[in-house]
Design a protein around this ligand. Structure first.
Ligand code: HEM
Ligand code: HEM
Length: 216
């Protein structure tokens, strides 16, 4: 971690995390509808690893990626809705909580997928542990996806409303933008290590899970 006077608003790991979600969710959706379940499974694992990474990055990332810099109390959120109180840099007080909600929905989507199975030939790696909850898991996976789509819709509308009001939030999410003042920076190498650690953790946790009974 370094302190710097010229830093980006959104560090590269946060931007890569963000823009990977769009193709991954589209591919996960299309592959589930078209029955390419192996593709679906790998998109799901990737989303899970990215979300785990983003949670860690919320503590170890650069200034505006940290939860501590954008999660504010209810008072600040109300004041924001009543007309302002936002420096214009990083997530606004309401947007900060929508980030947490989106991360929670993405996590719930991926985890429910692990326990899900289709009616034909594909099972998530933990589907045999779902027992009598199997149909509930399947319904949750579908409902959660609709909630996620709704949330992404609201997210994009909010970004477009800002654009109409003359504030382009998309550009810094692409270029990084430039943050004013003293800003905590974080190394991209650390991000790579954390990302690899999250992937290894998922692989290890899945390998620990009890295997399905052999089919006789
Ligand atoms: C699958 C679709 C999408 C998902 C799941 C998603 C999710 C997210 C998340 C989780 C963040 C927080 C970033 C972070 O701090 O890590 C974010 C921020 C952001 N997203 Fe998206 N996003 C999606 C699509 C889009 C699209 C299509 C646009 C452009 C129109 C967009 C524009 C932005 C912008 C500008 C921010 C920064 C907002 C701010 O300045 O506070 N997103 N998005
Ligand atoms: C996190 C990203 C994921 C997204 C966005 C996602 C999205 C979806 C969608 C839209 C469907 C179709 C729902 C329906 O109409 O029934 C689906 C079905 C399914 N998903 Fe996922 N999924 C994700 C992760 C996973 C994971 C990690 C697995 C397992 C490894 C998984 C396993 C399944 C299975 C087995 C079905 C078929 C369910 C059925 O036919 O009833 N998903 N998923």
């Amino acid at each position: 971690m370094q302190l710097s006077a010229t830093a980006t608003v959104w560090d590269l790991p946060t931007r890569l995390f963000h823009w990977s979600l769009l193709p991954l969710l589209i591919t996960a959706w299309v592959s589930a509808e078209e029955g390419y379940m192996e593709v679906h499974e790998w998109c799901g694992y990737t989303v899970l690893v990215l979300v785990a990474f983003r949670v860690l990055w919320g503590f170890a990332g650069s200034q505006h990626s940290r939860f501590s810099s954008f999660l504010r109390g209810p008072g600040a959120v109300m004041r924001y809705f009543r007309g302002g109180e936002w420096s214009g840099e990083g997530h606004n007080p309401a947007g900060g909580w929508s980030v947490v909600l989106m991360l929670a929905l993405l996590l719930s989507q991926g985890v429910s997928g692990l326990f899900n199975e289709d009616d034909i030939s594909f099972s998530g790696p933990l589907a045999h542990l779902a027992g009598g909850l199997s149909s509930t898991v399947s319904e949750w996976h579908e409902l959660n996806f609709n909630l996620l789509l709704a949330m992404v819709g609201v997210h994009i509308i909010a970004v477009l409303l800002y654009l109409r009001g003359g504030k382009n939030l998309v550009r810094p999410m692409i270029t990084g933008g430039s943050a004013a003042g003293q800003t905590v920076k974080a190394s991209a190498w650390l991000a790579l290590v954390l990302l690899a650690g999250c992937a290894a953790l998922l692989w290890w946790l899945l390998s620990l899970a009890p295997k399905p009974a052999p089919f006789l």
